[in-house]
Every structure is written in C-alpha cells, then in structure tokens.
Design a protein around this ligand. Structure first.
Ligand SMILES: [Zn+2]
Length: 279
C-alpha cells in the first residue's frame, strides 16, 4: 500500500516546482555571479535569460551593485511561478525576488522581445540588491520596507516608469480614491490595483531622489544594514518621517506641482492678464 503522505502529495501536487529545475548554468557579469536553474528542456529560455543578464546588471552600479551572487530559477509557465511564490491570483506577476534569488516565469511565455525581459531582470535584481544592502541572509525581510519604496526603487532603476500611470494619472487616482492609501496598504491594494500602486510608488521614489538625492537612498540602506527599521532609517537618512514624506508627496500631486516646472522660484504664476494680448 502506498504511504498516506505520498497519496496526499500526489493529490494536492504539493511538491515545489523548484525541485524540477535540475539543469544549472553559471555566468558572471561585471564580477557579479549568477546561477541559472531550469528544467532540462529550457535551453532557449536559459540562453535568453543569460543574454539579458549581461544588459540588466550594469544599471545596478548606481546603488553599488549586488553584494552576493543571485540564483535565477526559470519556471516553465505562470502557474508554476504562482505555485513557487505561493501567490495565487496575481495574473500580472512575471517574477519574484528575494535576498539572493529570483523566480522568473519563462520568457517564452510572456516576452517575445528581449527588452521587457532585460527591464524585468534589472527590476528584480534591484530588489535583491536592496535586500542585500539592507540586511543579512537571515534578517533581510524584517526591516518593514514598504511596497512603495521597494517597487519605486526597482521601477526607477529599471527605467520602467513609462509602463505605469503618469503623474497626472496618479494625481487623479489619488483624488478619486481618497479612502485608499497606496502607501500604507500597498501590499493589499497591489493585487487589484497594480498599475496605480506601482505608478504612485515610482513617482514617490523619483520625488525622493530628486529632492534628497541618491545618497539619501544609499544612506537609508546602510542604516537598515546596521539594524535600524525602515521607519527609523528613513527618518535618519532623509530628515523627516516616511509619513511626512508621504504627505509632502501627496500635496505635490494634489497641487500638481509637476506642471509648474518652468516657473523660477519666487516668481508668481502668470495670470490671465499676462497672457492675453493687450487691447
Ligand atoms: Zn518588484
């Protein structure tokens, strides 16, 4: 008779899809090491991922690059990805990053061209980099880093901003959904509202970099690496609490501060009288 646990395993398909990835290839890009794991018959997908990594890795240097090697698991299709990351119902998900590995849906099932694959890999590797530079292998997930910062940094680094709502769209979305908080509840809202939530994250991170500089982001990660929570590290590195930063950014969106970029500081906005021809 078959052992009961084996029957259970066969019925619910509980084995992780990662156990089927028995083929391995190692590559090095700019002294950063990657291990690609895949099924034995995934040759073309693995070739594409290896090629994409050579373009996807250099942009990470803006934050000092990866500190550890990263394993990329190439999963056969979307269903295997959802099972591997235990996130059912995230139809738009194509990859998932942790401290030193990335789960990736085989590009042949969603990306006929290389460009979106390169962007996605830069995005996911930015997550790995942020986790590595904010913690160690055992405590990287315990800093309380909110979705807006994680995704904003990844979208910004991968230059994917044009894939998400514009500042005007983000401003309208916030005005129409005053009962929702994309900063505090980003995680929960991202399943149904991934576009607006990622768009707001991107614009908030870009606002942070423009106003406080890339060094503030590097300092924030270093403070977390020394054990501080995101809240305390942000407050120390940026000079105000994350909540005040959010208020500031939301005011900028509400007042559409982004429209008035050409007006020198101190000069009042033009009135109708200024722009109408004289009678
Ligand atoms: Zn992401």
């Amino acid at each position: 008779m078959r052992a009961p646990w084996l029957v259970l395993l066969l019925v619910c398909g509980c084995t992780s899809p990662l156990s089927a990835l028995t083929s391995e290839r190692t590559i090095t890009v700019d002294a950063q090491r990657f291990l690609l794991r895949s099924r034995e018959d995934a040759g073309r997908d693995v070739d594409r991922v290896a090629s994409a990594l050579s373009t996807a890795t250099p942009p990470l240097s803006v934050w000092g690059g990866l500190e550890q090697s990263v394993t990329v698991h190439v999963l056969r299709d979307h269903e295997e990805l959802e099972r591997a990351v235990r996130r059912p119902g995230f139809d738009w998900l194509r990859a998932w990053a942790r401290y030193d590995d990335v789960m990736l849906q085989a590009p042949s099932t969603w990306a006929p061209a290389q460009e979106p694959l390169v962007e996605l890999l830069t995005h996911e590797l930015t997550h790995c980099l942020m986790f590595q530079r904010s913690g160690g292998p055992d405590d990287w997930s315990k800093r309380g880093i909110p979705l807006w910062f994680r995704e904003g940094m990844a979208v910004w680094t991968a230059k994917q901003g044009d894939k998400y709502p514009t500042l005007e769209d983000a401003s309208s979305w916030i005005a129409q959904h005053r009962d929702l908080d994309a900063f505090k509840d980003g995680e929960a809202l991202s399943q149904a509202w991934s576009g607006p939530v990622y768009g707001i994250a991107h614009h908030a991170f870009a606002f942070l970099v423009r106003r406080y500089g890339q060094d503030a982001v590097t300092a924030l990660m270093a403070r977390m690496k020394s054990g501080q929570s995101f809240h305390d590290a942000f407050t120390g590195a940026v000079g105000l609490t994350p909540r005040l930063f959010q208020k500031d950014f939301e005011t900028y969106l509400r007042l559409k501060g982004f429209r008035d970029w050409a007006r020198p500081v101190g000069r009042p906005p033009k009135t109708l009288r200024d722009v109408l021809p004289e009678r």
